[in-house]
Write a protein that binds this ligand. Structure first.
Ligand code: FEO
Length: 409
């Protein structure tokens, strides 16, 4: 077999999948690759694996380069099964290998692949691992694109292993972008738009972090390995992940029994304003309905919340909601929120009213289906006064709306 070498003792050991692969509700017309890498050092290390259905084939291919029993570390940058799917097959043939991943990944991998009795090494931002001749440095990249993700950087080879980030979905026997017989830029951007863009807030954080690393090659887990014009590809991500729209407006309308829903409303306001979105906020019990409706007409996003009392909304809010379904509010983003003590029925009633309008009503189900994000929840439900954990939840949901408002894609 031809060995695909990235650097001394560093090999591609992945799988080319030239089917029209169903993936994230897309069909990958050009197929894809699942790139994994072997660093054949004194403590041999594998970085990522392949899709679940190719696990045995992956281990057979790897075995042509090394006896798997000698593998000391298996790095899992991301648990989604197109990259961790070969772990069960590999772990069974590499009984001495320690699995290296972030803290949130440990239980996922144990449960997915029945690895409860295996050794795990949990790494954090900035941790390094000496693999005997090479040193790996880890950076956590939470929510890019799932909570447990990290990237790995080989300090001696100056190679970045960012898993999904900087990937392309193209099945090709040409492994390096500079050897492809066409310009891969459109595929690179297409991948970014399809998979990465909803998470672009975290791309911006990553780009900043990369400034501290001397990256000479990017070896992602799908498609082409980038070893020329590296900065061009990083700059493309920087450009694509930037906010492209400004001058957006949001209206928040609430009623509050004991100020807890008011605190949620004010948190939403603060987070939107931190994103340079102009916010108008109304307590429906203390404001003219006409002023509220006028503001909603002008807004790009509308947040509506109430405390729950006797399983219903409180105050004048329903009067406002009844008028909304008579208005043309097409194109606006809408979200419900509220504080509650027992079941929070008011929040669901608001959500029902919003669904009767022609606004784009946010729901947890829709977010999961379109982005895979599980940390973003709609409606925003807070039990009693928001604690730190709930404030974080409000932040995730509100920044999601801000990101929708601030990008044309
Ligand atoms: Fe290529 Fe998130 O998996």
């Amino acid at each position: 077999m031809n060995k695909i070498m990235l650097a001394k003792d560093t090999y591609w050991v992945g799988k080319i999948d030239d089917r029209e692969v169903p993936f994230h509700r897309l069909i990958l017309g050009k197929g894809t690759t699942y790139n994994a890498y072997l660093l054949k050092t004194e403590k041999p290390t594998v970085i990522d694996t392949v899709d679940m259905q190719f696990g045995r084939e992956f281990v057979e291919y790897l075995s042509e380069l090394i006896n798997p029993e000698g593998i000391q570390y298996i790095i899992i940058n991301h648990t989604e099964p197109d990259h961790s799917g070969g772990l069960a097959a590999l772990a069974s043939r590499a009984p001495h290998a320690t699995i290296v991943c972030t803290s949130p990944a440990v239980n996922e991998l144990k449960e997915m692949y029945k690895l409860h009795s295996r050794n795990f090494l949990v790494v954090k931002d900035g941790d390094t691992l000496d693999i005997g001749g090479k040193t790996l440095k880890f950076k956590e990249t939470p929510y890019l694109h799932t909570e447990e993700t990290m990237i790995t950087y080989c300090m001696e080879d100056k190679i970045l292993y960012p898993c999904d980030i900087f990937s392309t979905h193209v099945a090709s026997n040409t492994f390096f972008a500079d050897e492809a017989d066409f310009d891969i830029t459109d595929d690179f951007i297409g991948y970014y738009n399809a998979i990465i863009h909803p998470h672009r807030r975290y791309v911006r954080t990553l780009i900043q972090a990369l400034e501290d690393l001397d990256v000479q090659m990017i070896a992602p887990s799908h498609g082409y390995i980038l070893r020329k014009d590296i900065q061009k590809y990083i700059d493309l991500y920087a450009t694509l992940s930037a906010d492209t729209i400004d001058d957006k407006k949001a209206t928040i309308v609430y009623t509050s029994l004991r100020n807890n829903t008011k605190k949620v409303a004010e948190s939403i306001k603060r987070i939107l304003e931190e994103n340079q979105i102009h916010v108008s906020i109304f307590n429906a019990d203390k404001s003219e309905k006409s002023a509220i409706l006028e503001s909603i007409k002008e807004a790009d996003a509308v947040f509506i919340g109430s405390s729950t009392k006797y399983a219903d909304m409180i105050g004048n809010l329903e009067d406002v909601l009844k008028d909304l379904k008579e208005m043309n509010l097409e194109g606006k983003i809408a979200a419900a929120f509220g504080s509650y003590g027992w079941s929070g029925e008011a929040i669901e009633v608001i959500q029902d009213y919003l669904h009767e309008t022609n606004m784009n009503v946010q729901s947890t189900s829709h977010v999961i289906k379109t982005t895979g994000m599980t940390h973003v929840e709609f409606p925003v439900r807070v039990r009693f006064s928001p604690n730190n954990e709930q404030l974080k939840k409000i932040e995730h949901s509100t920044t999601f709306v801000a990101d929708l408002l601030l990008s044309a894609i």
